[in-house]
Design a protein. Sequence first.
Length: 276
Amino acid sequence: MSNVLQSGSHIYVSGGTVLDENVARRVFEYCVHEDQWRELPASPCYYFTLALVNNCVTTIGGVSVIRGGGATNALYNYNGKWCRHYPDMPTSRSSCSSASSERYVVVLGGLSEDEDALDTVEVLDTDRLAWYSVARLPRPVAFAACALSADAMYVVGGECVWGGNIKALLDSRDPGPVWTEVTVVPGMYCGCTHYRGRLLVAGGMDSSFNALSTVRAFDIQNHRWATIGEMSTPNTCCSLSVIDHASHVSLLVLGGRRSMAYIRDVVEAVNLDSCL
């Protein structure tokens, strides 16, 4: 599953968890206004997650091509280079998930250096440049999808969606339970994002491991699912991003897999104004 990061009118997409390490190191930038893609210099690691730290695109976690493993954090400095800038996480992890909230970056799950799934959640305070641990996930997950609203973080781990209050999650002094199960997602390994009180999910796999083409919205307040679109082909392990155009709002479905052997380079769009 590739990782997507949005910063203003730019979208950044990682190479994902493909077997080819050189492909997995790739990072692409899409300019919404120009409708153009460009490839950034290859990341110094692979199987990482992307985060926005102090308005800079940053890789977190992954496997370093130099030292063979660990929790490398690299900053892209917009001069055509990646450089180490932030302290490493307490826990080495790859294939993890992350979300940025003001001065904090929340990193969760993933695989350890022994390739065991993790339930740990760690937070980078970008003002103090310091990491600290917060409430663990209900169970270990890797390749999870994350979505962030104004006050909550949502994690799609397997068939379950967990929600956690951001304020409670960031408070390291409160060791009590934070995560609660919100709903059961219609398909495993789906893409997920948040938009106006709804969780938007696309594709995934059913219980028979068949890829799905459905795009759905979950109304968090009313606890109700609705189908809002169909992709041109079944897709799994895709990434989602919401783009606010001058005339309409679109949900972009980026990349993914039609099967384990077929990786997609297609970007599809769903007009959210017409279905929500």
